[in-house]
Design a protein around this ligand. Structure first.
Ligand code: FNR
Length: 353
């Protein structure tokens, strides 16, 4: 089978994963309105190309929090990579290192953080945190990540309660015996209220915890899941270093806007004071270009990485990323952009299809 676009990897994964795993990965909350709009919103944004600009040499490199990456696409945090490939997160980390991009490791990894780092010691990695009810354990996780060379703390703020994922409830989804969350002593619980370890997430977390996090780590703090100008202002007042505009791939609160539609509001509030990133629904090179044109510094991939991993582990993830890199490079050439700094709002036009 030839893999010519990201959806080819999706089709492969659908055909090869057990049904309950596939539905866990693809699923959204409630009616999946937001999950689907994350993707369809890009199709309503048209591009405005400029020609005769000598695009024979194109540089796709950029930086995030001061670290260089080879193109503005990185790997977002997703749980349980061993569901897709035997050595799960270790393969993901190797692919990220080979591509010279950032990999955000999920709190809910199925390889130990030590093993992940050992398999790709030179890779750029950030650590995604869910604040656990057990604050001592939370502190230990953060400090372990920092000691292991993680370069930023990505605090996920959009899970004060787990989104209502009907398909996981119907399937009574849980991890197989052989797959464990290796980093702390929480087993996936079996009763229907807590099919996922989310029952351990501290729903009392609040803005004042940003100061607590500051007191226990030197890592820059990035908030993942911000969707409004009000929260973006607060994030700046609390001195965080970055915002990742995200709706958790439509898995949390259904009917929030597509991330590409929420981006402008956040970017306008931030006014360049901190970096703004985006995830959700990125499936093509032109999607990446549109996100950057509207103010994202870089984008993160969720589900597509799991599709690549399912296909062929490290090699599959690399193949998928190379394909997206090629698409992005082509979309820069076709719009007349030679470098990331030339990508701006003039490239896009909103119109009704
Ligand atoms: C996620 N996501 C997520 N986010 C997070 O902060 N911590 C996590 O452990 C997970 N786990 C997770 C598992 C699975 C299977 C999926 C699909 C997603 C959300 C993820 O980081 C990201 O926000 C979305 O997946 C981005 O949307 P796309 O690229 O999947 O459309």
């Amino acid at each position: 089978m030839a893999f010519l676009c990201l959806s080819d990897f999706q089709a492969y994964a659908k055909g090869h994963l057990p049904k309950s795993t596939w539905e866990f990965i693809e699923g959204g909350a409630d009616e999946c309105i937001t999950r689907d709009e994350n993707i369809s919103a890009y199709k309503k944004i048209h591009l405005r190309p400029h020609f005769l600009r000598d695009v024979s040499v194109i540089d796709t490199r950029t930086t995030i929090q001061g670290s260089e990456i080879s193109f503005p696409v990185c790997i977002g945090p997703t749980a349980f990579h061993c569901l897709c490939w035997p050595d799960g997160e270790q393969s993901t980390a190797k692919a990220a290192q080979a591509m010279n991009i950032c990999y955000i490791t999920s709190t809910f990894s199925t390889c130990s953080y030590e093993d992940i780092v050992a398999s790709a010691p030179n890779g750029l990695r950030w650590f995604q945190l869910y604040i656990q009810k057990d604050r001592q354990m939370t502190k230990k996780l953060i400090q372990k990540a920092e000691a292991l060379g993680y370069k930023a703390l990505v605090l996920t703020v959009d899970v004060p309660a787990l989104g209502n994922r009907l398909q996981d409830n119907r399937n009574k989804f849980s991890l197989p015996e052989s797959i464990k969350m290796k980093n702390f002593n929480v087993d996936v619980e079996e009763n229907s209220e807590s099919l996922l370890p989310v029952s351990k997430i501290d729903s009392s977390a609040s803005w004042k915890d940003i100061a607590w996090l500051r007191s226990i780590t030197q890592m820059p703090i990035i908030l993942k899941g911000i969707l409004t100008k009000e929260d973006a202002e607060l994030a700046i007042n609390y001195n965080v270093q970055g915002i990742l505009v995200s709706n958790h791939g439509g898995r949390q609160l259904d009917t929030v806007p597509a991330t590409i539609d929420a981006l402008a509001e956040v970017v306008n509030a931030v006014q360049g004071r901190i970096e703004v990133y985006l995830d959700g629904g990125i499936r093509t090179g032109t999607d990446v270009l549109k996100a950057l044109a509207l103010g994202a510094r870089c984008i993160f991939l969720g589900r597509p990485i799991l599709w690549g991993l399912t296909y062929k582990g490290e090699e599959g993830v690399q193949q998928l990323l190379n394909l997206l890199k090629k698409e992005f490079h082509r979309s820069m050439a076709l719009t007349g952009c030679r470098s990331i700094s030339e990508i701006n709002q003039d490239l896009v036009q909103f119109s009704k299809l």
